[in-house]
Design a protein around this ligand. Structure first.
Ligand code: NAD
Length: 450
């Protein structure tokens, strides 16, 4: 049993049973049985079931969003978007079953055709920071490509995934096709890695655990996708719209209380614009509405857990704070948005993924130094570039070693564009038009015309 805590109040929410090793094995075996008929379903029928699934998730948007506010402390505005994102992923990938094209390749003496064969059972391991979207980015394309799915939510945030699994059954998705198994990473998650019937593991979480998963998967040459940590840079050149860059920077790092792998937790500002930017940033940070996440006006809620709050507090205590926003008191896991001016790149707050509402700001002198500083990290997930110079935007966006960049904006994840990391931020890509292919093996068959 895991006791779930409401992060906004610190009060116990409810108990959730943890799946055992036997429960996990049984679910994997059922998923394998269900795979036989799910893959054989007519493409149009699989598509129709995924659209029904999307419709029922949509009809329960408010219920799912309220559940996430209680379980994870997400703002209600974010949580509604997150449930909507699951619906959108299902709808987008519901178009895939009839479009899972192979190729016909010219050969002598016959016909050569490729097929996209589903893998079988796919194991999806989800972290606590975005329980709904990260689950959907895995299960929607995996199901569309004809696989069955076993999914393990994070120990402390299982409620929305459990509810989505019930909704799948209501939508007509056959038993065993999509199973959610709340439980420990070291039990359920580890079994996805070691069980031979699980043919692919999609892991989102810390780089440390991701490396263990990758090493474990090597034993069976198991397919693996990793979406790991980040330490993304927001690079602001002096020619940019400084007012816009400063007004939007807090949302690029403090959204979801900074518990976002794409958080732009380092801000690099060209020296001639530094003072103006930091002055405007202070105004923007102090205006952020850090209040009860169940209120429509809330822009930032609490940390997900006391443990996460304490870990982030450690970074704040070890840094020289420039200024902070506000946060409520009480027994919830609150921290104020915090801005640190970094003087050296070896400061932990500059170098490590804080995963909380803390941003470090540093000045740079020219484009070359900006790129070098942005790339001076083992991570490479996201980032932003603010400039009005088109040539510079092109040069810098090509030079930064990162999977997802935005110029003059902070957008990072759209379900119809590819998402994933360079370097130690991950392996493989999720989302976008090609995601279903990542849940298939390409098979080549030559038919002789003899
Ligand atoms: P975590 O690595 O501790 O846990 C992630 C998931 O893995 C959980 O479900 C956990 O139960 C499971 N797990 C833990 N140990 C396991 C093991 N030995 N075998 C199998 N499964 C195991 O990470 P977290 O603290 O939940 O999440 C925060 C981290 O996730 C941050 O580092 C963040 O950057 C990263 N993250 C990355 C992305 C991305 O897309 N790149 C998205 C969200 C979060």
């Amino acid at each position: 049993m895991t006791t779930l805590i409401n992060p906004t109040t610190g009060a116990a929410l409810r108990e959730v049973p943890s799946a055992s090793l036997d429960d996990t094995d049984t679910a994997i075996e059922r998923a394998q049985e269900a795979f036989v008929s799910w893959r054989a379903l007519a493409p149009g029928e699989r598509a129709r079931l995924l659209r029904s699934f999307a419709a029922i998730v949509d009809a329960h948007n408010e219920e799912l969003a309220r559940l996430e506010v209680e379980n994870s402390g997400h703002t209600i505005g974010n949580a509604r978007w997150e449930a909507g994102n699951v619906r959108d992923c299902l709808n987008y990938y519901s178009a895939a079953p009839e479009r899972l094209f192979g190729r016909q390749i010219p050969v002598a003496g016959g016909v050569d055709v490729t097929f996209r064969e589903p893998l079988g059972v796919v194991g999806i391991i989800v972290p606590w920071n975005f329980p709904m979207p990260i689950a959907g980015w895995g299960f929607a394309p995996a199901l569309a490509a004809g696989n069955t799915v076993v999914l393990k939510p994070a120990e402390i945030t299982p409620l929305t995934a459990m509810r989505i699994a019930e909704l799948a059954i209501e939508a007509g998705i056959p038993q065993g096709v999509f199973t959610v198994l709340p439980g420990q990473g070291s039990v359920v998650g580890q079994r996805f890695v070691s069980h031979p019937l699980v043919r692919k593991v999609c892991f989102t979480g810390s780089t440390e655990v991701g490396k263990q998963i990758m090493a474990g998967c090597a034993d069976q040459v198991k397919r693996v996708t990793l979406e790991l940590g980040g330490k993304s840079a927001n690079v602001v050149f002096a020619d940019a719209d400084i007012a816009k860059a400063a007004a939007t920077a807090p949302y690029a790092v403090f959204d979801n209380a900074g518990q976002d792998c794409c958080a732009r937790s380092r801000i690099l500002v060209e020296r001639s614009a530094y003072d103006e930017f930091v002055g405007r940033l202070e105004t923007a940070v102090q205006q952020m509405k850090v209040v009860d996440p169940s209120l429509d006006e809330s822009e930032m809620g609490p940390m997900v857990s006391a443990r996460q709050r304490d870990a982030v507090q450690g970074y704040i205590d070890g840094a020289t704070i420039a200024f902070q926003g506000t946060s409520p008191g009480g027994d919830g896991f609150w921290l104020p948005p915090t801005v640190v001016e970094s003087k050296a790149t070896d400061e932990p707050v500059w170098r490590e993924e804080v995963f909380g509402p803390v941003v470090a700001v540093m000045a740079f002198d020219d484009e070359e130094q900006a790129v070098a500083l942005a790339n001076d990290t083992e991570y490479g997930l996201s980032g932003s570039i603010y400039t009005r110079d088109l040539g510079r935007a092109l040069r810098v966006s090509r030079a930064i070693e990162s999977g997802n960049l935005s110029v003059n904006s902070h957008s990072s994840v759209r379900y119809w564009t590819p998402f994933g990391g360079f370097k130690q931020s991950g392996l493989g890509r999720e989302l976008g038009p090609d995601a279903p292919n990542a849940f298939t093996e390409e098979k080549n068959v030559f038919f002789s015309d003899d």
